[in-house]
Design a protein around this ligand. Structure first.
Ligand code: TSX
Ligand code: MN
Length: 600
């Protein structure tokens, strides 16, 4: 494949070839042959290890440079026209100045390398909800990951035609090679000089210096969330950081839920969960991102714009997520996991006992008790979604799936009950906007500190979060209220006075999904509270659970005193958005205060 039938695309590629000066240009076709050629190239260059064909067939391990292990929020910029448009939760940079900086950085940055042209579709190719992007990258690792995470190649160019619109993404690891004789590093990057830049007005992305995850796989966080959130605002739809679940009841009818959680709440575990409730079935549509548009019937339809999972490996085990373990049995790319002597991968939490000897993610010998982790805490697996044994049959349906409920969640030791139903879309937007999680044993910061992460979009909203809340309200106000998804707030992490988890979580969360399912059907009972509707006594199915009446009450109740004490924290959070905080949300907070006062 040489060029496309799209003159503007060809001209954009040509201009970047001239500027970045790669030795070669390769238009990706997304084929298995292309994937195999690139993995072979990386194995030969020492960038990848082919894992054991018996233990982990078709799979490879990559170890990154220690300075390139995660997304870099402090190096992530929203370069919108006006400074106010990025808002207080993003780094803003002047688009003209940033373009000048990037011009200097990208000049000749691909010397000695191949520029890969990756045409990709976010969502089923040709779906009315899907969107197209083209990523130019000098990283074969990125190309292989894009093969799994998106739809790549000729069918995408066909949909693009000669004048279709696409998101432009330019990516370089920022480490040109001086000549064919200079040996490459196993993980090239420019660790001290990273720039992850978004130009929402022109739908462009420029990423320099990092080869890792969300910094480099531009279809995911950069396109499907930051750029798409701006497109969604402009066009009246929603681009959200949400998993999509299919729930089927014992009688055989199904509903679809979307759910947003901050990090470290087990979102992938929920998306791939095995329910404990007899007769109930859960299937996966998506594990990270949902694009939702209104159908001609007035309902909200969601697609998973991705084609794969880029999941955190540590903590993933047969106990915590058996379906993920089955998904990654083969054809998986692993990054920053430990290597076993037998040619398999391992990470903390995969098994209770670690293997006696390993090579850690830094390629050093590792033994249990040596005081370091064998895998990096942000080690990842990349795998095609269709390998998931509980992948829903309709996950690639072009029209998407109709969403009946939206769940917001967080990790809260007290305060937030197991499940709470919003009174209206506006009240649900309020609950989403005050979403927060308490820090776990993190490297920095105080354990237990409350961090707000509205709709789990804090690092992913491509514009002012106050305007984002306004957009949510507008979507609700212009839709048919009867057809909108109902909104819920869940918390699997409530603790008792001794600090023990009150709720067993994992597959038992199906009991919460059942209550929501039956609420949507108008069947389950609820009791009003100042924060929303809680399960009425007996409405939550706890049959055959080892949960005392006290524990059940403790995990589902609204703690009025705690909520009173939270109000100033919420006010402080809202204060960040200044004049752009929608009046309707300030009013919701006032109303909440009043309802709490009424209970004193
Ligand atoms: O993923 C989790 N989920 C969602 C699962 C569908 N985790 C792991 C979070 C870290 C990423 C959970 N941890 C969940 C949960 O629902 N709940 C908890 C808290 C918990 C941990 C251990 C127990 C119980 C609760 N153990 C016993 O009850 C024995
Ligand atoms: Mn995510």
């Amino acid at each position: 494949m040489a060029e496309s039938a799209h003159p503007e695309l060809n001209a954009w590629v040509k201009a970047n070839v001239e500027h970045c000066a790669p030795d070669r240009v390769h238009w990706c076709d997304g084929s298995a042959a292309e994937f195999d050629a690139l993995t072979a190239l990386m194995v030969n260059a020492g960038m990848a290890v082919r894992l054991s064909e018996t233990k982990r067939p078709g799979s490879f391990l990559f170890r990154s440079s220690p300075g390139d292990v995660a997304r870099v929020e402090n190096r992530t910029y929203i370069c919108s026209e006006h400074v106010g448009d990025a808002g207080p939760t993003n780094n803003w940079a002047d688009p003209g100045e940033m373009r000048a900086t990037l011009k200097g950085l990208f000049k000749d940055c691909m010397r000695g390398r191949t520029m890969y042209v990756v045409p990709y579709s976010m969502g089923p190719v040709g779906s009315p909800i899907a969107g197209i992007g083209v990523e130019l990258t000098d990283s074969p690792y990125v190309v292989c990951n894009m093969h799994l995470m998106t739809r790549v190649g000729a069918p995408v160019l066909k949909v693009l035609g000669h004048d279709g619109t696409f998101v432009r993404g330019l990516h370089s690891v920022g480490q040109p090679l001086k000549g064919p004789l200079q040996p490459d590093s196993p993980w090239p990057c420019d660790a001290e000089n990273k720039y992850i830049c978004h130009f929402p007005d022109s739908r462009e992305i420029a990423s320099y210096g990092s080869g890792y995850g969300g910094n480099a796989l531009l279809g995911k966080k950069c396109h499907a969330l930051r750029i798409a959130s701006v497109q969604a605002r402009d066009e009246g739809w929603l681009a959200e950081h949400m998993l999509i679940l299919k729930v089927t009841c014992p009688r055989g009818s199904s509903k679809y839920f979307a759910a947003a959680f901050p990090s470290a709440c087990g979102k992938t575990n929920l998306a791939l969960m095995n329910p404990t409730l007899p007769g109930w079935k859960i299937e996966t549509v998506g594990d990270d991102i949902a694009w939702m548009k209104f159908g001609s019937d007035g309902r909200l339809y969601a697609i998973n714009p991705e084609a794969g999972f880029f999941g955190v490996a540590p903590g993933t085990s047969v106990d915590s997520n058996p379906n993920a373990m089955k998904t990654i049995e083969r054809n998986t790319l692993f990054t920053n996991c430990a290597l076993t002597p037998g040619g398999d991968v391992w990470w903390e939490g995969m098994s209770k006992e670690p293997p006696p000897a390993l090579t850690d993610w830094l390629r050093r010998p590792w033994a249990p008790g040596c005081g370091r982790t064998a895998a990096h805490p942000n080690a990842r697996f990349t795998v095609a979604a269709k390998q998931n044994p509980i992948c829903a049959g309709e996950w690639e349906q072009p029209e998407g799936v109709p969403i009946s409920a939206i769940l917001f969640g967080g990790r809260r030791a007290s305060m937030v009950p197991l499940v709470n139903e919003a009174l209206t879309w506006q009240h649900g937007t309020f609950l989403g906007s005050i979403m927060a999680s308490e820090r776990t044993a993190a490297a920095t910061g105080t354990v237990g500190e409350v961090r707000f992460d509205p709709m789990a979009m804090l690092p992913f909203c491509g514009y002012h979060m106050g305007d984002y809340f306004a957009h949510w309200l507008k979507v609700g106000a212009t839709a048919d209220a009867e057809k909108l998804p109902r909104i819920y707030f869940v918390n699997w992490f409530r603790r008792d006075g001794q600090g023990r988890f009150l709720w067993p979580g994992y597959g038992e969360n199906s009991r919460v999904l059942k209550w929501i399912f039956e609420r949507v059907d108008g069947k389950a009972q609820a009791a009003p509270s100042p924060i929303g509707n809680l399960p009425a006594p007996g409405a939550l199915d706890t049959a055959s659970m080892k949960l005392s009446a006290e524990q059940l009450n403790e995990v589902t109740r609204c703690n009025i005193g705690n909520w009173h004490r939270e109000i100033p924290t919420i006010e402080q959070h809202y204060g960040r958005f200044g004049q752009r905080l929608p009046a309707a949300l300030a009013q919701e907070l006032k109303d909440l205060k009043q309802r709490l006062d009424g209970e004193r």
